[in-house]
Design a protein around this ligand. Structure first.
Ligand code: B12
Ligand code: SF4
Length: 492
């Protein structure tokens, strides 16, 4: 039976990130003897025709889905495929289905959800479907027969047993990012995080366990990408790259010793960065570290404590100062919209951000993100207890993103202000991120220039009234969702 892996649209963005989840899965399926293809709807203009052709025989379609736009597009294609051939099996996996399996399985077009890492579960599930076996034996899945069933979790994978992602199944040049280097591709070197931040998906997804590839294996993967695709930049897309400092040191030393000539970026916590010594920071810099993403999250000690963060605002300040000393660009992420938030606390966050920019003008702000209680997290349980309404339909989860207020405050005007801030902050302070996300062609380029100017002006004056431009952006975002599936005819 063929297994077709589908990557649905991620929204109106210019830069397309490699579908690493599917590359890992494709290699695992191939090793298990399955014929497999990757259909990335963001790059394959004729994906509807391709899917139609695959549907002529019974196959398994595997969708990778994260929160946001992707849910809408994944629903649209899943429904379409079921109409083309009701014997096809539709399987959803990824961060969103893992944390919300019941919501997914309420949709008639989704047969099975794979929860957590898919490299062992999916081939086993595919064999089971092919042989008409009983799904109750497959660990790590949820499915429906008379009602929704959830099987026991699968143990976490020993990452060093995983083969390299199947880059040969896609045209890697579609995924080069051009930011701190010209030809950047992602490499995942570890999964999970030992911390327990109340809002973070990784706590339920990886059960609080951090595991990694050995440094030698990381270096071989980078070497392969350098030789085959001539990359000059690596995006370490781990949850927390810096957990084992000895491993990080080994990776950095080998990048230098093997003359790999690459630049790189990774996520780092502010407490780890604030405590790095000069020798460690110099090694990061010498091995090509160009930028670090810092989940600073709040300017308030008590909010950080409530969020379960092992960090303080002072450490954020120390971290951006250290980045300035070593020429590393800090990309700082902040959260707004907490339950007890008011204009005053938001303004404190804005002042804190200005202070970070003053201390290190290279600092980029990866948006002021609205607190988003993803299902499965402690934050979600806390919010449910204090009255958060759970989305009723699967589609409604697509609005559960950091640009939408998920908790409504007593003053609707305040929620509108937060939403405008969540959008405008990217343009006012996001720098290269905006180039990454907005297409360079007319009229997007002109719209970007105007929005950036207005956002900077609003930020400087703290003037958030009459946000007509952001209302248009929000409408465009919604229009994208309805338009992306328009080509999928309801009666194929
Ligand atoms: C790169 C990235 C992006 C890229 C896009 C990724 C891409 N390929 O195009 C961009 C920048 C566009 C992006 C955007 C967003 N992202 Co993002 N992103 C990531 C990041 C950093 C890496 C993803 C990755 O490649 N991981 C590596 C692969 C191997 O892991 P994986 O995807 O989990 O896949 C494994 C399993 O999930 C499973 N699996 C996955 N797919 C499938 C499919 C099948 C069929 C099966 C069986 C199994 C399976 O098996 C895989 C191998 O084990 C993750 C954090 C992380 N470290 O994973 C966040 C993350 C996925 N993003 C997240 C979010 C919230 C967003 C946004 C909503 C943020 C926003 N500002 O709006 C948007 C949503 C975009 C949209 N959907 O419309 C959250 C998801 C939370 C959730 N509950 O879904 C994460 C976890 C970050 C976080 N810490 O909160 N993101
Ligand atoms: S430190 Fe970062 S990755 Fe780790 S649990 Fe907290 S938010 Fe998640």
């Amino acid at each position: 039976m063929d297994v077709i892996l589908v990557f649905p649209h991620t929204g109106p963005k210019k830069t397309i990130w490699a579908p690493l989840s599917l590359l890992y899965l494709a290699e695992a399926l191939r090793e298990d003897g399955f014929s497999t293809r990757i259909i990335d709807t963001r790059v394959e203009k004729d994906y509807i025709m391709k899917l139609k052709n695959f549907s002529k025989k019974d196959c398994i379609f595997g969708f990778s889905v994260m929160a946001g736009h992707q849910i809408i597009h994944a629903i649209q294609i899943s429904q379409h495929l079921k109409k083309l051939n009701s014997n096809s099996k539709v399987v959803w996996g990824g961060t969103f289905p893992t944390l919300c399996p019941e919501a997914c399985l309420q949709s008639l077009s989704i047969d099975v959800v794979v929860m957590g890492e898919g490299e062992i579960t999916f081939p086993e599930l595919a064999h089971c479907i092919e042989q008409n076996g009983s799904l109750d034996q497959v660990k790590g899945i949820a499915y429906k027969d008379t009602h929704i069933r959830s099987n026991p979790d699968r143990p976490l994978i020993d990452m060093d047993k995983l083969p390299f992602p199947a880059w040969d199944l896609v045209d890697a040049t579609n995924y080069f990012r051009n930011d701190f280097a010209k030809r950047i591709l992602p490499v995942q070197t570890s999964r999970g995080c030992p911390n327990r931040c109340t809002f973070c998906y990784t706590v339920p997804f990886s059960r609080g366990v951090w595991r990694s590839h050995r440094a030698e294996r990381v270096i071989s993967e980078i070497q392969m990408l350098v030789e085959k695709y001539k990359i000059d930049g690596v995006d370490f897309c781990d949850d927390n790259f810096f957990v084992g400092p000895d491993r990080v040191r080994k990776i950095c030393n080998s990048i230098i010793a093997e003359n790999l000539n690459i630049c790189w970026r990774a996520d780092c916590t502010v407490d780890i960065l604030a405590n790095m010594n000069t020798e460690y920071l110099s090694l990061l810099k010498d091995s090509g570290c160009k930028s670090l993403f810092l989940g600073a999250d709040s300017a308030s000690k008590s909010t950080l404590k409530q969020l379960g963060k092992n960090a303080t605002p002072e450490q954020t300040i120390e971290a951006v100062k250290r980045c300035a000393q070593y020429g590393i660009i800090p990309v700082v992420s902040m959260i707004i919209g907490f339950e007890n938030e008011d204009y005053e606390t938001v303004n404190e966050t804005l002042d804190f951000v200005d202070e970070l920019k003053r201390l290190n003008p290279e600092t980029l702000i990866a948006g002021l993100k609205m607190i988003t209680p993803y299902s499965g997290t402690k934050l979600y349980e806390d919010f449910r207890a204090s009255g958060l309404k759970q989305p009723e339909k699967l589609e409604d989860w697509s609005r559960f993103v950091p640009t939408n207020p998920s908790i409504l405050h007593s003053d609707p005007e305040f929620d509108r202000f937060l939403q405008v801030l969540a959008y405008a902050s990217w343009f006012a302070l996001g720098g290269s991120f905006i180039n990454d996300n907005v297409p360079t062609s007319f009229p997007y380029s002109t719209a970007k220039e105007i929005l950036t100017l207005l956002a900077k002006w609003r930020w400087k004056r703290r003037f958030w009234k009459l946000p007509i431009e952001w209302k248009l952006v929000i409408l465009y975002d919604r229009y994208f969702d309805s338009n992306v599936g328009r080509k999928l005819s309801p009666n194929p």
